[in-house]
Design a protein around this ligand. Sequence first.
Ligand code: F6R
Length: 370
Amino acid sequence: SKGGWSSFMAKEIADQPQAVADTLMGRLASDGSVRLSEIDGLTAEDIKNIDRIIMVACGTASYACDVAKYAIEKFARIPVQVELSHEFRYRDPIITANTLIVAVSQSGETMDTLMATRFAKEQGAKVLAICNTQGATLARESDATIYTHAGPEVAVASTKALVAQITAGYLLALFLAAGRNATEQKVLRSLGQELLKMPARVTQVLERLDDVRALGKEMANAKSVLFLGRNVGFPVAMEGALKLKELAYIHAEGFAAGELKHGPIALIEEGQPVIVIVPSPRDSDSLHPKVISNIQEIRARGAKVIAVAEDGDTDVANFAEHVIYVPSCENIFSSILTVIPLQVFALELSSAKGLDVDQPRNLAKSVTVE
Ligand code: F6R
């Protein structure tokens, strides 16, 4: 039941601290070490032999894969390719016995993803599923399954299942990194301990959404909204755009902020709303100043900039019209936090337009046809 919430989606957004905590539970010890007993089927030898990971998924689940790619490559040093299931299946992809397929699906019944994994299995690859539904077809057909424990998701638009998928992706990254000695164990444990703090931070994000709600209502007449991000903020930008399309029927696009000057900046005109996911100023890759310059470039051309930034980032406030602050955390884990205001923004815009947020037009909760 909706338990007093105005929609299932609102309830499921509120369930997110629990979804993250439950997905971590039993897998992350208090010292920060990761144990994934469900993939015990993969021997230490198998893990050492993986020479490539191909992640397959559709829609929102594919953005969880994009986030996982950043974490797996950074910590486990295994090349990761993210593929939309339907595109992957119908070309001639290169799959070997040392390819690990990771299929991500909330329902575990998405036909495109099932077809992609069946095909990969036929080519001799091992398939690991990340799935939210106990006993789903995907889980039954995979060699191993890491269940996300988000609980049943009723609203068509995925919210808590996504943050649980992202959480599982981070766990997988730390697990593979430890198994391959690709990052110092001490560093991995401290990252694990950081991950344990994420549910409380998700709660904090949920406690400060009044501004986002107001913005959503205010912008109900927007004709188009653009989203920009870098690193893990890029898939978050893509997700923000998808949510707005499917829930509020507003044209929206997500871009990697670095692409701006390669084309999309031509879209910027007076009053164009742009939501920018700003990386942490503490990030060692110094992406922060680059994104701040992007904000300056689009502001100079009339964009109305709404930034999602980390607490304490006072710099961004000098350049953006609105700043939505989220608690600070390791930049790589920030996607779990920055995606939430975007979910709420889409929900508010959709409700302000009088639309059914739980059941948007033309969409089904699980797409069981190709
Ligand atoms: C968007 C959304 C869809 C699903 C996609 C995959 O909010 O929910 O894009 O993420 O259809 O569904 P699953 O995860 O069930 O395979």
